[in-house]
Design a protein around this ligand. Sequence first.
Ligand SMILES: *Cc1c(COP(=O)(O)O)cnc(C)c1O
Length: 562
Amino acid sequence: MEASKEAFLREFGEHYGYPNGPKTIDEIRATEFKRLDGLVYLDHAGATMYSELQMEAIFKDFTTNVYGNPHSQSDTSSSTSDIVREARQQVLDYCKASPKDYSCIFTSGATAALKLVGEAFPWSCQSCFTYTMENHNSVLGIREYALDQGAAAFAIDVEETVHHGVSNGTAASMKVLQYQVQRRNEASSLEEPTGEAYNLFAFPSECNFSGLRFSLDLVKIIKEDPARILEGSPFCNGRWMVLIDAAKGSATEPPDLSLYPADFVVMSFYKLFGYPTGLGVLIARNDASRLLKKTYFSGGTVATSIADIDFVRRRKSVEELFEDGTISFLSIASVHHGFKILNSLTVSAISRHTASLAWYVRKKLLGLRHENGARVCTLYGDSKALFHDFGPTVSFNLKRSDGSWSGYREVEKLASLSGIQLRTGCFCNPGACAKYLGLSHLDLRSNFEAGHVCWDDHDIIHEKPTGAVRVSFGYMSTFEDAKKFIDFVTSSFIALPNWIESGYQLMQGSESRLGAASFYLKSITVYPIKSCAGFNVESWPLSTTVGGTFLNNTRIQACRAS
Ligand SMILES: *Cc1c(COP(=O)(O)O)cnc(C)c1O
């Protein structure tokens, strides 16, 4: 075994792999992810991979069973209804949600589930929508419904000093550091209160930018004693409801609703096991979903309606009230093939396996140094946090030896040339991005005015990064994936000794001029167009005038002579 793997296993061996599962991690990769051969896929926070056996089982299922529309009354539709009912139960079981208290509403994804809550929430001008800075755009968008109804919106920053899993004294150590209040309609806060006000608090179980996990104790604190952390938000009286965005976190640590009785939880299935896309859930507490106000009615949600007068009666069950039209029943029928994998490996083993890889990468990145001793990598997220306080996500930016930043697009494009897929930018999480990159409102506005929008190439503006690089792991990720990524960063972003700058002919294999460190030159690759594929040359002339160009466009692989 390679020495680096031995060292890894010495440190993380008790967490890595699935020694008690039906197959080891190497067997899983060799038999169920043959298509990943040669590709290092590190964007599981974007979408994880489906297994080839999972897809074969789905294909076999669909080509042997007959599934009709669940709204029809035939035999084929009743077998569909059975399978949909089982899928709902599996979702509830996954989050330890009792079917007495919770319903599972199928949606087209986590975003659609969030929109449903925003749209139907009983907002009034006494309501508050409060959310952590770290939130996905799909959560922030709920603000529009709240502000439209005259409610106030707060973005808060929660500080935790004691981490979850430690029940003793956790609450006292959580406090709000700062908040921003937004109101669309200044006058509405002066209106007389009418009836009970409902407030909504939203946070992700795991931040999809930094990987930081939020303490689910927030659920109880907000519901039972909101003043404890929301003091200073004077007009948020009334009942609090809590929404957990578990779209990212649920892949390795689904929220336990028997312990943390959140009102709403959203998830997407492709983040759990890769397939199906276009299907997610809203898990809603029944007492909370009864307060939601559904405006639209449709096939599926209506008990009866009359075409030419204002008469409609809705269906009573929560699922039937909120699932407009025909649910995606074939996608739903494929869900149990995915859960089968998670259940056979066990979520806790998946959580430990993926955490060991993230922890290894974090440690290695932090240790990288340029020749002059300068750090190569700036990691985002609290570095003091303990092992289990991060999900399997690492986000960072890279610096050159002179302290300037390497743009994330450059990292992404070079990674892609090395067969590594990762994600860059702000990951639809503008609050976390601004917080970790230290971007002020002024920076964000002026970046936008300088032409920067999500998904573009403006990775550095005014010498500051506008986003980050993110690598994330899934249940089928291996040590070899992590190692290849670290090797890539080491060989592509660590500055070589100063001899590059002094200007002379470099010859492949030449050793003489490379100084005391006894490097020899292994290869020279010229990249005539930035971030496109390069070509190898045997030698390449250098001069001080082309030095800058050379540095940008040519990659030299040096090895220590042994
Ligand atoms: C992926 C993700 C979403 C959005 O999910 P969709 O499936 O695109 O609707 C929301 N929040 C978080 C934290 C996510 O990771």
